[in-house]
Design a protein around this ligand. Structure first.
Ligand code: NDP
Length: 277
């Protein structure tokens, strides 16, 4: 019998993480044997914990809050998309013994948009927030050729710095990003709004654009068993097509699983049906 492939997720807190369930379902689907653990770390012991995990035969690990930026510092090498994001959610040991840092959040996000039929190409789009997750999804959004992107952050300098970073990295479309500090100053009719702030975590309303297209869609990166605070806010604003970030979580996990295990991308529909019943 073949031994299990050792995988896991580093985070703090990590007890709530759905990743072990998601990856175990992928393994079940593909008839593979994995051992996927939750690994609680602190900022001080995270580098040692990662080194120990790979020394002990670990193949790959996910990284969640608050370690994504720290993981980008300690990986021996970064993929292009991890470099752009400045954050790593997937670590993988390669044959040379090097630990590669990747970021599958952006890919997971756009795969979920496509699954839901949420169009980006040619759209006027608003991205709320300029923290770690906004950094991860912005270049993925730009790759889908939106007509216009407004990047909104209450701390304007952070949004300006994020735009400049993508311009410096020559990410196509970055020069045309419009940076604003308050979404309700946007008068143009917008087709889509993506919430990458932690407003739902704090259960607070955040300013929205004034005008939405009739078929506009909205997406909250946060997910929960019930509608998130932001999704309720969108409902009140009359936006009919709405989704939370559970699909993104499952899609980014599928990308990580494929990187570690090879072969076909796991079927996310099955996993979604098992997790959101
Ligand atoms: P960060 O802490 O890096 O960034 C938080 C952002 O929210 C900043 O732009 C901050 O603005 C803004 N913000 C916080 N409070 C307010 C407020 N009261 N009003 C307006 N803006 C506010 O967090 P992350 O980017 O890592 O995470 C953001 C959300 O995305 C979380 O809810 C997280 O759960 C979710 N997420 C989901 C993932 C998935 O797979 N579905 C993956 C990653 C994240 P400022 O700069 O001014 O402080």
């Amino acid at each position: 019998m073949t031994s299990s492939v050792r995988l896991g997720v580093f985070g703090n807190p990590v007890a709530h993480s759905l990743s072990p369930t998601i990856h175990s379902l992928f393994a079940e689907l593909r008839d593979e044997r994995i051992l996927y653990e939750r690994m609680l770390a602190t900022p001080a012991n995270f580098p040692k914990a990662v080194a120990q995990f790979f020394r002990d035969g670990g193949t790959g690990a996910n990284v969640t809050l608050p370690f994504k930026e720290q993981a980008a510092q300690l990986a021996n090498t970064l993929t292009e998309r991890a470099r752009v994001a400045g954050a790593v959610n997937t670590l993988m040991k390669v044959s040379s013994g090097f630990v590669v840092g990747d970021n599958t959040d952006g890919e997971g996000f756009v795969k979920d948009l496509s699954r839901k039929g949420f169009h980006v190409s040619g759209c006027s789009l608003v991205l709320l927030g300029s923290g770690g997750s906004a950094r991860g999804v912005l270049s993925a959004l730009l790759s889908l050729n939106p007509a216009k992107v407004y990047l909104v952050n209450r701390t304007l300098e952070k949004a300006q710095a994020l735009k400049q970073l993508l311009v410096d990295l020559s990410v196509p479309g970055a020069e045309n990003i419009q940076v604003v500090s308050n979404a309700d100053s946007i008068n143009e009719k917008v087709d889509a709004v993506v919430n990458a702030t932690s407003s739902s975590l704090h259960n607070i309303d955040i300013p929205l654009p004034q005008n939405f297209a009739d078929d506009a869609w909205g997406y909250d990166l946060m997910y929960s068993d019930n509608a998130t605070h932001f999704l309720k806010q969108l409902e009140r604003a009359g936006i009919k097509s709405r989704a939370d970030g559970l699909g993104m979580l499952i899609e980014q996990a599928a990308s990580s699983y494929q990187l570690w295990m090879g072969g076909e991308r796991p079927d996310t529909t099955f996993v979604m049906s098992k997790i959101r019943v």
